[in-house]
Design a protein around this ligand. Sequence first.
Ligand code: ATP
Ligand code: MG
Length: 716
Amino acid sequence: MDVSYILDSLNQAQREAVGAAQGSLLVLAGAGSGKTRVLTHRVAWLVQACQVSPLSILAVTFTNKAAQEMKGRIEQMLGYPMRGMWVGTLHSVAHRMLRAHWQEAGLQQGFQILDSDDQIRLIKRTLKELNLDEGYWPPRQIQWYIHGHKEEGRRPGHIAEGIDPQQRELRRIYQSYEQLCQRFGLVDFSELLLRAYELIKNNEPLRARYQERFQHVLVDEFQDTNAVQYEWLRLFAAKHGNIFVVGDDDQSIYSWRGARIENILQFERDFPNTNVVRLEQNYRSTGNILSIANAVIDHNQSRMGKKLWTRGDQGDPVRLYVAYNEMDEARFVLDRIQSWVEQGHARSEVAILYRSNAQSRVFEEVLMQVNMPYRVYGGLRFFERAEIKDALAYLRLIASRQDDPSFERIVNMPTRGIGNRTLEQVRDYARINQVSLWDASRALIHGSELSARVISSLGRFIDLIERLAHQVEEQTLADQVEQVLQLSGLLAHFAKDKGEKAQGRVENLEELITAARNYEHDTEEGLDPLPAFLSHAALESGEGQGEEWQDCVQLMSLHSAKGLEFPLVFLTGLEEGLFPHQRSLQEQGRLEEERRLCYVGMTRAMQALYISYAEVRRLYGRESYASPSRFLSEIPSEMLSIVRGGIRTELAPSIGDVESSDNHQVKLGGRVRHNSFGDGVVLSVEGRGEHTRVQVNFESVGNKWLVLAYANLEKL
Ligand code: ATP
Ligand code: MG
């Protein structure tokens, strides 16, 4: 077979990496220089040129979207689907391994994955069991503490007891939390990795088996591996030593989750004959985009240091939009997207990036107003919506009765007369007898502590779950979901409320049936569809929303944009305190990480990049005036062309419909008075002439759209 096609589309340095002999190899290179391309070509090369079986390849990356792309690129190159190859996120690979070896890993067969919310709930319960006050021991901080240790591979037993009472107590909480997880068959995100690592490390035969199997280990975004992940990957590669890692120190953005940039240096020590390849030519972005990205990242002290260059065009200037407020920012972005789409481009070529997930809401609002399809990655995603979690909790309890967080969530949802007092009794019983809430309820029903009324409502709940479990046994996944939605009373509960919000919830629940139907059960893992689907919901949240077939604008946090590229990018909210984030302002190290995040954001753009900030922003229910982000001042002014809210400047000829403020009697951010609505502030102006519409935020009635010609607004 002629395999030269694999090397044809690569430059010299890339070829060297892709066609390298066996052994360890490190590609250290800047954004858009083809690292991921090299990695996927390497896989194709191994399979086609070196006749390596797809089954002996393990290729990992960090986000679900990146993993999907990686899979897609490999399949495209090989021309056939890669069923047997292990390609995925580190979490999904760990999960797969634990499902296959749950027994060896000391887990329950139907173990469930705890997402962040469930985890907080379980931490609260742990505190209660230990008689500790939540006010004094904030659950979020405990969560950080536990993750922090797990990411470094430390169990409570590894932490020195010490003499500091605070530290001793934290350690004790961690320990009790672990016991609860173990008892109820629950696994949190960092546990997935730690458990999978311990499994391979401590189980000699299993380790030998996987070391034999994975003859080639490939890792994308290597700069963001944490201690456990690195050790785990190293174990796989220990026998053959064929490990191929690609990364960029300037894009390390997960140190707050334990990522260790030092792994790059450690790698060369652990694999002494490593071949290091550097790539400097960027194939992704225009010259103008690269210049500002380089200018910003240059302000970091601790860098391995490299410069990117491109043979491509300088391209359009990078534009900075100074918005009056967050609504103005969102409308500007929408306006640009609309012209982009009118020019015949796809919506999926557009990404709106932000520092905090909460920023997505305003963009969602304006996109929804004009029915522009969009998809949000990260943040409050489909599988995290309350009603979906309710439905999933039913399914989870059916899959495992020991799942206490699910029990708590639905025992009285929809309401069935099981009050807090009853629950307290159930919890007490569970605590004293060290059993699950489910078992406690059953015991109490047969005891004499509860009133007849309570016994009957609790009994009805227990019966309901048992009945459901029995009925769905032989059904397809989608039918199971539908059955549960009906019989649990959830659908009826939301359907009886005619409000828009409740209707939305009903639609979401119905969407869950579709999600179940579309869920392609990976038979290879030999799992029952229900637990597989539930894990999928916990692991892949975000991928299920929006319609697969629909061409959608992409909304995501900067963290989840890593590794991706888009022709048109909006980098929004460049305000001190928001980006760089408030928490990073005090510490040099964290500020540098924010700057890397900024660099990651800018280098996602291929053809056009818009940067924006708002002078006033309402976020988390508060309004604040912020100064522009320091990252903006790090860009030489001649590299940016500035567009001010609502005003067309000659620097920005393509800001089409945005009119100069003189053409209207009102101006953005101006105060106006309306006969019936009272005083307010103008948020946006759109259209022209008699079609001009304005959006005003009225003090008394909130946001309203008005046709300017009829509104009779008085300028204040
Ligand atoms: P990041 O650091 O953001 O993950 P990367 O180094 O992984 O970036 P890739 O995504 O692999 O970069 O490549 C960036 C873009 O450049 C892709 O569209 C890729 O197809 C293209 N590209 C890379 N190398 C070449 C090449 N030799 N010829 C043509 N296009 C290339
Ligand atoms: Mg990449």
